[in-house]
Design a protein around this ligand. Structure first.
Ligand code: SF4
Ligand code: MSK
Length: 645
C-alpha cells in the first residue's frame, strides 16, 4: 500500500497535486537531504568550539579533542534532547498554570473554572483545603502551588505522590525524584556543558530524573489545568482527515499544542455574529479543524475534527481551501510560511515564543483572549473571497471516530458514578480476556512511511487482545483508518471484543494530546494500586510504544514512561546506535534501575512480537493464567443474539 511515503490515500492524493504543481513538502525534501550518519547515530559532539568532533567508529580509541568518548558524547546528546523535550511540555504546563492564576484573580476575561470537581481533585493532590472556600480561592492556591513546582529548588515534585508507593520509594532510593521542574532541566544542560559530567551512566540517570519533571510534573499539570479550565473530556464523536475541510465554508485550522487560544477560537467560530460575517463574504459558515495536538485538545473537549497529523500540515494548505492556519508552539514546520504564499492561506503565528519569518503575527495574550480569537477568525473570513476555486482540491477521505477518554471517564465507565473503579479492567487482565495494555503514541516521521508503523502495531495488538490507548499524532493516525470507531471491535481478539461489547468502547481508546500521556501514567498508577496486578507500575503487563517518533518531546515522554517502570519501544531508528555502551545502559542499565527500558526497533512487526513477549513475561511473573486466545468469546452480544434468534 502507498508509495513508501504514506499509507493514507488522502496524503497520496495531495502528494500528486504537490508534484504536479512543483511544490516541495517534507515528503519530497526528505529525499534530497541525506542525514549525516554520524550525527544521526549520536556520534557528533558540537558542545564546544574545538569541535564539532565526529566519532567515525574507525578507531576503537577515538575521542573528541577534549578526550570525550563516543559513549559520553551519545549520552550527553540524548540527555540534552530529553531536557529539551521536557522543557517544551513543561513550559506549556507553566503557561496553563499562569493563566489559571489569572482566571482565579479575575484577570483573564473569557476563561472560567469549568470543572469544579476536577479542581477539587487537583487541590487534593496538592494538599490544598477545599471546604468552605470559593472555587476562585481554591484555584488561586492550586495555581500558586502549581507555579511553585517550576521554581522549587529542594524537596520533590508534589505529583510524585500520585505514583504507587513502591515507585515513589524507588525514585527516592535512586536519587531521581525531581526537586523542581526548571532545576532538573537546567542542571541537565549544565551537566552536559563541556568539561562537566562525563560518566555516561551518571548522565543518563540525571536524564531519567529530568524526564520525570515532564510526565509527573509539567505535562501532568498541563493536562489537569486544561481540564479545570476547559472541562474534563468524556466520549464524543467526530470525523478525521483532510476530507473534513469544506469547499463552501471558511476553513480555519488550529495547529500546535496549547489549548489556551484554540479554546477561544472554538468560541469565536461559533459566535453567530462571526457566522453572519462569514455569510456576508459568500461562505456558508465557518469550519474549524485541527492539526497535531491542538487538534487533539479541541477534539477531546468539543469534537472539532482533526484534519490530520504532523505530516498533514503542508498537505492541508495544498488543498487550496484553508483561509487561515493558526499556530502556537511546537511541531509547526517553517516551510508553512513559504508554502502558504503559494496559496491564499494566511499563516498566523500567535505565540510570543514562536515567530516564523513571512507569517502574519497576531500575538495572543490571556487578558484579551476572546477579542484576539475574534480578530483571527475575522482575518480568516476576510480571506475567503481570495480563495482560488480552480485550485481547490479537497480529497474525499474522512473517517468516523470516538475520542474523549479521560482517566476519570475510564474510571466512570467501569461502574458508573456509584462504583467506578479500575477493578473490571484489572479483572479482565487477570482472567486473560485482555492480555495486557499498550500506549501507542507519538509523531509521524518523514523518514518512515506515514502511519504505517502506528497502524501495523495497533492492528496486530488488538488482534492479540491487547487494549490500546493512543495519544498525539498516533491517535490521529489510528482514527484515520477507523481504529477509533466502535465497529473496530470486530477486528479485536475474542476476549478484548467481549470487553468492548460490555463497556461499549472501541479496542483503541483516544486519551488526548502529547501532554495527555500523563493520563496514561495516571491510569497505570491506578491499575497498579487497584490490586491483583502487583504493587508497582513495573509489575503491569503493559508496554509503551512510539512507532514513528520524530522530536525531542517524544524522547522525553519515552524516558519518563521508562522511569515509571514501563518497557518502551520506539520505531524508526535509534539516536544512540553509534554508542553500543549507551544502548546497553538505556536498556539493561535502566531496566535494572527502574524496571523499564528504552529500546529502538525499526520493524513494526518486531515491535509487536517484543510487546507480546513482554506482556506474557509480566503475566507469568504475576502468576496469572497463561493467555489463551480461544478461551473467551462465547459470551456477550453474540451469545445473546443467538438466544433471541
Ligand atoms: Fe569535541 Fe569535547 Fe568540544 Fe565535544 S566538548 S566538541 S568532544 S572537544
Ligand atoms: S504533535 S510531538 S508530531 S505527536 Fe504533539 Fe504529533 Fe509528535 Fe508533535
Amino acid at each position: 500500500m502507498g508509495n513508501g511515503k504514506s499509507i493514507d490515500p488522502a496524503a497520496l492524493e495531495m502528494l500528486e497535486v504537490a508534484e504536479k504543481e512543483g511544490i516541495s513538502t517534507a515528503f519530497s525534501r526528505v529525499d534530497r537531504l541525506k542525514p549525516c550518519p554520524i550525527g544521526r547515530h549520536g556520534n557528533c559532539c558540537s558542545i564546544c568550539f574545538m569541535g564539532p568532533c565526529r566519532m567515525t567508529g574507525k578507531d576503537p580509541n577515538e575521542t573528541g579533542v577534549c578526550g570525550a568518548t563516543p559513549s559520553t558524547i551519545a549520552a550527553r546528546n540524548l540527555a540534552r534532547s530529553i531536557a529539551a523535550g521536557a522543557a517544551a511540555h513543561s513550559d506549556h504546563g507553566r503557561d496553563m498554570a499562569l493563566v489559571l492564576r489569572a482566571v482565579a484573580k479575575g484577570e483573564a476575561k473569557g476563561y472560567k473554572i469549568k470543572d469544579v470537581k476536577k479542581l477539587h481533585a487537583v487541590a487534593g493532590y496538592l494538599g490544598i483545603r477545599v471546604d468552605g472556600r470559593t472555587k476562585e480561592e481554591i484555584a488561586l492556591d492550586v495555581a500558586e502551588k502549581a507555579i511553585s513546582q517550576w521554581g522549587q529548588q529542594e524537596g520533590e515534585l508534589a505529583y510524585l505522590s500520585r505514583a504507587p508507593k513502591k515507585r515513589q520509594e524507588l525514585w527516592r532510593k535512586l536519587g531521581i525524584a525531581p526537586r523542581g521542574i526548571d532545576r532538573e532541566i537546567v542542571e541537565t544542560l549544565h551537566r552536559t556543558h563541556e568539561g562537566n559530567d562525563q560518566d555516561p551512566e551518571h548522565i543518563l540517570t540525571q536524564a531519567l530524573r529530568t524526564s520525570l519533571t515532564d510526565g509527573w510534573g509539567g505535562a501532568m499539570l498541563a493536562t489537569d489545568i486544561g481540564d479545570i479550565m476547559f472541562g474534563t473530556p468524556s466520549p464524543l464523536t467526530s470525523k478525521v482527515n483532510l476530507g473534513v475541510l469544506k469547499d463552501d465554508e471558511v476553513n480555519i485550522l488550529v495547529h500546535g499544542h496549547e489549548p489556551l487560544l484554540s479554546e477561544m477560537i472554538v468560541a469565536a467560530a461559533q459566535d453567530p455574529e462571526m457566522i453572519e460575517y462569514a455569510k456576508s463574504k459568500g461562505a456558508n459558515g465557518i469550519n474549524l479543524a485541527g492539526i497535531c495536538c491542538t487538534a487533539n485538545e479541541v477534539l477531546m473537549r468539543h469534537g472539532v475534527p482533526p484534519a490530520g497529523n504532523f505530516l498533514h500540515q503542508e498537505l492541508a494548505i495544498i488543498t487550496g481551501a484553508v483561509e487561515a492556519m493558526v499556530v502556537d508552539v511546537q511541531c509547526v514546520m517553517q516551510a508553512l510560511a513559504e508554502l502558504s504564499k503559494k496559496f491564499h492561506t494566511k499563516l498566523i503565528t500567535t505565540s510570543a515564543k514562536a515567530k516564523i519569518t513571512g507569517a502574519m503575527h497576531i500575538q495572543f495574550n490571556h487578558h484579551d483572549a476572546l477579542p484576539i480569537a475574534k480578530l483571527i477568525v475575522r482575518t480568516a473570513i476576510d480571506n475567503y473571497p481570495n480563495r482560488d476555486r480552480s485550485r481547490v482540491h479537497i480529497p474525499d477521505f474522512q473517517e468516523n471516530l470516538v475520542a474523549g477518554y479521560s482517566h476519570e471517564y475510564i474510571n466512570y465507565m467501569q461502574g458508573g458514578a456509584y462504583r467506578g473503579s479500575f477493578r473490571p479492567l484489572n479483572d479482565a487482565i487477570m482472567q486473560g480476556r485482555i492480555r495486557g495494555a499498550a500506549g501507542v503514541v507519538g509523531c509521524n516521521n518523514a523518514r518512515a512511511t506515514q502511519d504505517e508503523g502506528i497502524t501495523t502495531v495497533i492492528r496486530e495488538l488488538i488482534k492479540n487482545d491487547v487494549l490500546v490507548l493512543v495519544t498525539g499524532c498516533g491517535a490521529t493516525a489510528a482514527a484515520k483508518y477507523g481504529y477509533l470507531a466502535p465497529e473496530m471491535m470486530e477486528n479485536a481478539g475474542k476476549g478484548l471484543k467481549e470487553i468492548c461489547e460490555a463497556v461499549g468502547i472501541a479496542p483503541v481508546i483516544h486519551v488526548g494530546s502529547c501532554v495527555d500521556n500523563s493520563r496514561i501514567l495516571t491510569i497505570a498508577s491506578q491499575m497498579a494500586t487497584e490490586g491483583g496486578l502487583g504493587e508497582d507500575i513495573s509489575d503491569l503487563p503493559v508496554v509503551g510504544i512510539c512507532p514513528e517518533w520524530m522530536c525531542e518531546k517524544a524522547l522525553a515522554i519515552g524516558t519518563y514512561v521508562v522511569a515509571s517502570g514501563i518497557y518502551t519501544l520506539f520505531g524508526v531508528d535509534s539516536p544512540v546506535i553509534g554508542a553500543p555502551e549507551v544502548e546497553k545502559l538505556i536498556m539493561d542499565g535502566w531496566e535494572a534501575q527502574v524496571g523499564g527500558k528504552l529500546e529502538f526497533e525499526p520493524d513494526p512487526m518486531k515491535i509487536v512480537e517484543k510487546t507480546l513477549a513482554h506482556i506474557d513475561k509480566k503475566r507469568a511473573a504475576l502468576k496469572l493464567e497463561e493467555y489463551d486466545p480461544n478461551r473467551y468469546g462465547q459470551s456477550g452480544d453474540k451469545q445473546m443474539a443467538g438466544v433471541s434468534s
